[in-house]
Ligand binder design. Structure first.
Ligand code: NDP
Ligand code: MG
Length: 386
């Protein structure tokens, strides 16, 4: 029987990678829903290729443009509440790959409609893990992390329980600016910042990779997903990105997980049960294995990493504020309104503001309360840059 699937954020880098896999195995998949924000042309193209009957497009203008197309039997929606109309019963698999905090609402809401959810959208894990975890349990839905480091840890667990983990090291390529001296950071161009040496990713995550904020987010992600303490997590710079995570267990064993530097591997494995299908990958790369070259992060060059020291093990809104403020600042950088180095300077200034400190003792609440913080942060940042 065909597996019924849905992709949130199908027009993005992760979404397209998954579409490429499904396209080659059409006879085994029935794609029930695809979503995008603005890119209605790509969404429509994907719908035709995979014969998809439901599309959600959130940007109002793009929604109206899409409705003008010759749609045949394709239904167009622009609201995640329409999941209740689209899904008559539980489907088999959902990929959550919207970028940014707007991935939170659909991720939380779609859990009850699927047997399995693969989540790439790190913002929803960081800001809304308490909501995701609750729904996974309530609706008996299984979860697979897609971020390569987290997928590697998940894979390395095997028969081991999480309680057997002593320490986890996430690897970091060092990002697009690893070989550029810090003195040049202020004037660095957007094109240099989003040109990642190893990965082909969306713009937002590429900037986070350059500031290394992405690793701060991945530490938080790992802490939440695997229910660890921050003391159990660390980062190692590993420029070739061949190894994704190293898990040291309490019994003394260490698992080093490597795979080709291509997101199609975690995506493929989240979709298929790994024993039923084979993916074409490169031969074992001995050259890379002989030159793993692990290093500690240079926190003077990448001060964002120091943000980890501010985090505490209790669940509070601090992580949410970091994500939302960073989202806004990266956006301003991409709009050429601030310099690259301003991202961290302004982020730090905002985190230290008196009015935000109350949130660092508050537990995160529902989706609306998390999203409403975004408006407050945006206002503050606009005031700071003006
Ligand atoms: P992209 O920017 O390439 O794609 C984002 C997708 O989300 C697009 O489909 C986009 O639609 C949609 N989208 C953007 N904004 C909104 C919004 N406000 N409402 C609804 N949909 C929206 O991102 P990536 O694929 O690179 O990343 C997706 C997520 O996965 C991120 O959270 C990222 O951190 C995470 N991730 C990505 C990795 C990668 O290799 N790319 C690796 C690990 C994690 P449209 O095209 O219409 O704008
Ligand atoms: Mg990653």
């Amino acid at each position: 029987m065909k597996k019924k699937i849905a992709i949130l954020g199908s027009t993005g880098s992760i979404g397209k990678s998954l579409i490429n896999i499904v396209k080659k195995d059409k006879k085994n998949f029935d794609t029930i829903l695809l979503t995008a924000d603005k890119n209605y042309k790509e969404l429509f193209k994907q719908a035709k290729i995979l014969n998809v009957k439901n599309l959600i497009i959130t940007d109002e203008k793009s929604y109206l443009e899409l409705k003008k197309k010759k749609l045949n039997k394709i239904k167009i929606f622009n609201n995640y509440n329409d999941f209740n109309i689209i899904f008559k019963k539980k489907i088999d698999y959902v990929m959550s790959a919207i970028s940014g905090i707007y991935g939170l609402e659909p991720t939380v809401k779609i859990i009850k409609h699927t047997k399995k959810i693969a989540i790439a959208n790190k913002e929803s894990i960081i800001c809304g893990w308490h909501l995701i975890k609750k729904n996974l349990k309530q609706y008996n839905t299984s979860f697979i992390p897609v971020d390569s480091e987290h997928f590697s840890i998940f894979y390395s667990l095997g028969i081991n329980k999480i309680s057997n983990i002593d320490k986890i090291f996430l690897t970091a390529s060092g990002g697009p600016l690893n070989n550029i001296p810090k003195s040049k950071f202020k004037a660095v161009e957007i094109s240099e910042v989003i040109k990642h040496p190893n990965w082909n990713m969306g713009k937002k995550i590429s900037v986070d990779s350059a500031t290394m904020m992405n690793k701060v987010f991945e530490i938080i992600e790992a802490k939440k997903i695997f229910n660890l303490k921050y003391e159990q997590l660390d980062i190692l710079v590993h420029p070739s990105s061949y190894v994704h995570a190293i898990t040291k267990f309490n019994d003394g064993m260490i698992k080093i997980i490597a795979h080709d530097t291509d997101m199609k591997i975690p995506i493929f494995n989240s979709l298929y049960d790994s024993h039923v299908k084979t993916i074409k990958t490169d031969q074992l790369n001995i050259k890379k294995l002989n030159f793993l070259n692990f290093k500690k992060v240079d926190t003077r060059k990448f001060p964002s990493i120091k943000m980890i020291k501010k985090l505490h093990n209790k669940e509070t809104l601090l992580e949410t504020i970091i994500v939302l403020a960073n989202d806004e600042l990266v956006n301003l950088f991409l709009l050429k309104k601030i310099d690259f180095t301003d991202i961290f300077i302004l982020l730090q200034r905002l985190i230290n503001m008196k009015e935000f400190k109350i949130y660092y003792y508050k537990k995160p609440g529902n989706i609306d309360s998390i999203i409403s913080l975004k408006t407050l942060i945006k206002k503050k940042i606009n005031k700071m840059i003006n």
